[in-house]
Write a protein that binds this ligand. Structure first.
Ligand code: MG
Length: 313
């Protein structure tokens, strides 16, 4: 059994106590502040500033709080991520082995939603940096494709594609897009954890699209709910490379699916949800009838009505 001791300020201990709120134990030893069992280890914090982590997950858990770093070398307030709360990633997340999760296609009228969870071991971080993994929003499709092909054999990942026919069905059954996203992220992460087992990430980081409480409400009826070590952050591509990698793979898959869809439609479909999209959809309606949209588009977008008007329907 491994033991790790870290020194922490009282403010940090209070923060930890909040973080482990759901795992606090009833009895605390003499001189203790709290005992928590988050799974994988037992954490005992003392008024002296000593925090003891015991169990197989001790080191990983202690790493969230800076591992064996001497106490009070930095102000706890400065180390705290801006998106505070118990779902904010630990301050040292960029150095951990992390599953990152991101989605693409939610704002595109044509084309599917793609969700990717990708695992980046901390040992791979320098290599990924070297390859140029960064925020995919700053890359064009050709760059994404090239980088994705390099990444695919390097990192474990799980990809889910929600085609529009199914999307429309689920949306019409009452699922909001937010709920669809949450369910897909949860599923992709679950699939990846299965794929990686017995290896475990030190943290799971989701590019935040909803408040964490809402996310968990969305997935509350799912069979496998992944909660342990799950964190949320907006702009998470810049928080950990695993999210940047997930985003690149999701974009790559989206672009490939989009090309297939253009072939199927017999015309180059535009991305996004602007006026070019309305015009393309109107063309399709005139050529094939309204029913063609069900397979190709997210029907509940305002583009549907605009396109029908343009097509004179
Ligand atoms: Mg995102």
């Amino acid at each position: 059994m491994s033991n790790t001791v870290i020194k922490a300020s009282l403010a940090q201990i209070k923060e930890m106590q909040g973080h482990y709120k759901a795992f606090l134990q009833g009895s605390v030893p003499n001189g203790g502040v709290f005992v928590a069992k988050p799974g994988g280890c037992t954490i005992t914090a003392y008024k002296s500033g000593k925090v003891l982590f015991q169990g197989p997950g001790a080191e990983a858990e202690a790493n969230r709080w800076g591992g064996g770093l001497p106490a009070n070398t930095s102000k706890p307030a400065a180390a705290k991520p801006k998106s505070s709360g118990k779902f904010a990633p630990p301050p040292n997340i960029s150095q951990l082995s992390v599953i990152g999760s991101d989605e693409v296609g939610t704002g595109d009228y044509f084309g599917p939603m793609t969700v990717v969870s990708a695992y980046v071991d901390k040992k791979q971080i320098p290599l990924l940096k070297e390859l140029g993994v960064k925020d995919s929003k700053n890359m064009n499709d050709a760059q994404i494709s090239e980088l994705a092909k390099q990444l695919l054999p390097l990192i474990p990942y799980s990809l889910l594609i929600l085609h529009n026919e199914k999307y429309n069905q689920l949306q019409e059954s009452g699922m909001t897009q937010g709920k669809l996203k949450a369910v897909l992220h949860n599923q992709a992460i679950h699939n990846l954890l299965e794929k990686m087992a017995p290896q475990r990430p030190e943290a799971i980081l989701i590019d935040q699209f909803a408040q964490p409480e809402i996310y968990f409400a969305h997935v509350s009826k799912q069979k496998n709910i992944i909660r342990d070590s799950v964190y949320f952050s907006t702009k998470a591509e810049s928080v950990h490379l695993a999210v940047a990698a997930a985003s690149i793979l999701a974009r790559y898959s989206f672009v490939k699916e989009f090309e297939k869809l253009s072939q199927k439609a017999g015309m180059t479909l535009p991305k996004g949800a602007g006026s070019k999209v309305d015009e393309a959809a109107a063309k399709l309606i005139k050529r094939d009838g309204e029913s063609v949209l069900r397979q190709l588009t997210k029907l509940h977008f305002a583009n549907t009505e605009k396109a029908k008007k343009l097509a004179g329907r």
